[in-house]
Write a protein that binds this ligand. Sequence first.
Ligand SMILES: [Zn+2]
Length: 291
Amino acid sequence: MISKEHFKRPNNRLEGEQEPKVAALDAQDEQDLPVLVCPECKAAFDRDVREETDFVCPRCGALWQMSARERALWLADEGTFAEMDASLECADRLHFPGYAEKLAKTQRDTGEREGVVTGTAEIDGESCALFCMDPFFIMGSMGAAVGEKITRLFECALEKRLPVVGYTVSGGARIQEGMFSLLQMAKTSGAVMRHGNEGLFYVAVLTHPTTGGVVASFAMEADVILAEPLALIGFAGPRVIEQTLRQKLPEGFQRAEFLLQKGFVDRIVPRNEQKRELALLLKLNRKGADR
Ligand SMILES: [Zn+2]
């Protein structure tokens, strides 16, 4: 019988020293409050300021976390986002202790069935298939339903000859689903490859944090890989690596800026430029494909 105790391990002296600088708004708990408090600078704002400033703190510049649905609606031209597989959700096949309750609570708190929102959309008039992962849904972890929704999106894009735009945020594979979760890495990768083999375009935008099985599959398989400033991107997190190597990692290790230097990321794009940049990439690609 698996118990939560199997996944516990003692803390060590290196832990907690590399906390992310990207502001994690606990949006779901705070959604009912009339004001929003920036977790980074503690300034209070009217809730409407979020859309007006592209979810960036106007005082300190911190990037506020966005839910998958907020991201999709913010990015897509008004009224163009058509959601797919909205009711698809995972099953607790392993009867993992506490998973069914956690899932039910997360669904209640977020109003979402699963950790990714998928559909077709237009970005500045350019048609695409779009997926956005959700940091508030069990840390954007990839379970069977997340993998299935992303796979179906690529299959739909292949059928309709559409490019794919994907926003990733993930703590990695969803441990509560064990092998069913890990299987999604191979399944999504197959779908990405079939889409790419037909000459169709895929651009990923890696947001904070994108880690684990998602990095080891579809996040890093895009034709063009963009990232948000300061995003933590890596397979194992810095704390795990430090504990394994028993040494401190260099400053900024696994941040988007570090990965850009090493060639793993093509470009870092601030939030207020993302829509324009994505539309330009889609347009250039469409023109190239038309020739
Ligand atoms: Zn702030």
